[in-house]
Write a new protein. Structure first.
Ligand code: ADP
Ligand code: ADP
Lengths: 97, 147, 147, 97
């Protein structure tokens, strides 16, 4: 399940599952659909996510690229120390809010 | 997570356990779950996030790169506790690869792929292949293990 | 480490201290020493190795890339404790740089240079520049700080 | 001070200072001198080192390259957890013994 919420011109996307393996395709499709509808400022809220693997990170980066190409942006929000560390170690700390 | 078609098995071994499964994504979930169960029953002091991540990356590479997702090929997984360490070994039935080059590939922050080996290296104490490249051994710090 | 030509000063500020020095490698040593003294007097629970490393990388870039080692230019350093965090700020008097591109540069394991920004990012909670690129703010986890 | 010791055809190099800033030039020159003398199998023993920064790592990598070009090798030995972590985070874990 992926929750979607509008807030001050931004779209909050809140996946309800871990971003691992091919499961992340659902997240990618959701964000690409939003982009196609012109909702290109996305906040990816990882409050319900306990693990992201390299495929999950790959999808986040791919979505960010697509959104940027269309003049949008993607930021990740999370309080999870491990996930923050993962993004930092992959030199993606700049993507965190 | 009882998958109908999943051919996988698991058995205890000295200070840990072994699993084997036919190439499939469900096999990866199966092993990750066994690892979580084992971790909650054994106080290792190891970081559960790092272990789950390492297990997934190692198994994903074994299934998709090593065995090319061929269900005729199996993946063999072992987890063993040693003093202050966990040792994880993953073997696939693929051709191996030139890991010497691949582990030194640049980490490209904006690339879509190519983070698995970096994660294996940065979240572990050490991650090494056999010469051929089809057996990966990862050591993870685990203060709590007296073994 | 009393260096004859070293022009540097240090003063306490709220929950930490500030230093300034004219561009020189001795200035980097001077500040690192002040940081070590402060850390041993204040229980922060922060990892001393990470802090020493971050301080050196940040100051090295300020002195050599920012100020181009011009002794007419100064470097300003601040360390402050906040709840569960240390905040380190380093300002140089250079032209700044296009940090958006540089922080996303690939990490090349076999290159001779180009690891400073990676170290700043991987050893800290966050490392961010002002728009121009001459002020770096690094946050470091420090469980022990109640502040 | 840098200690040098021969052991079973390998040269152990043991710097007595932290490998930071331009100080590391001394280490580089020592190892390049050894290489020029045909002593190309080097073990860099970091037992007396408490910190390495990006310049220190750069020198280690540069020495490794030169030694490899001449058919030699360089390995790093240390028990220091922080230094091991640093090499791992920089994708240089393979250099550790
Ligand atoms: N077990 C394996 N067998 C064969 N090749 C492998 C194996 N593991 C990794 N590789 C190779 O190493 C490359 C890098 O792997 P990785 O860093 O995990 O990135 P990705 O899986 O996104 O390509 C893979 O593309 C593959 O060519
Ligand atoms: N304070 C600064 N002022 C200007 N340029 C900087 C500053 N800090 C970093 N840079 C630029 O970023 C680049 C990458 O820095 P770094 O990762 O530390 O590697 P290195 O110092 O080995 O080149 C530097 O080469 C320089 O061009």
């Amino acid at each position: 399940m992926i929750e979607i919420e509008e807030q001050q011109g931004q779209t909050i996307v809140r996946p309800g599952f871990d971003l691992v393996s091919h499961r992340v395709v659902e997240l990618r499709d959701t964000i690409l659909d939003l982009a196609a509808q012109g909702r290109q400022k996305v906040i990816l809220d990882l409050v319900r996510v306990t693990l992201i693997d390299s495929m999950g990170v790959g999808v986040v980066v791919a979505c960010l690229k697509t959104l940027k190409q269309r003049g949008g942006d993607l930021k990740v929000t999370t309080d999870n120390e491990d996930i923050i560390r993962l993004f930092n170690l992959l030199k993606l700390g700049y993507i965190l809010i | 997570m009882a998958k109908n078609n999943l051919e996988a098995s698991c058995e205890p071994c000295e200070n840990g356990f072994k699993c084997r499964f036919r190439s499939s994504e469900d096999g990866i979930d199966f092993v990750e779950e066994r690892v979580q169960v084992w971790l909650s029953a054994n106080r290792t002091g190891a970081d559960a996030f790092s272990i789950r991540l390492i297990v997934r990356e190692a198994l994903t590479n074994a299934v998709f790169h090593g065995n090319r997702n061929d269900p005729a090929k199996e993946v063999f997984f072992t987890l063993e506790a040693e003093p202050h360490l966990l040792r994880i070994q993953v073997e696939d039935q693929g051709q191996g690869f030139n890991w010497r080059d691949k582990v030194l590939a640049p980490l490209e922050p904006t690339a879509k792929r190519g983070r698995g080996l970096t994660i294996l290296q940065t979240f572990s104490r050490s991650a090494r292949y056999n010469e051929k490249g089809n057996v990966l051994t990862v050591l993870i710090d685990a203060e709590g293990v007296q073994a």
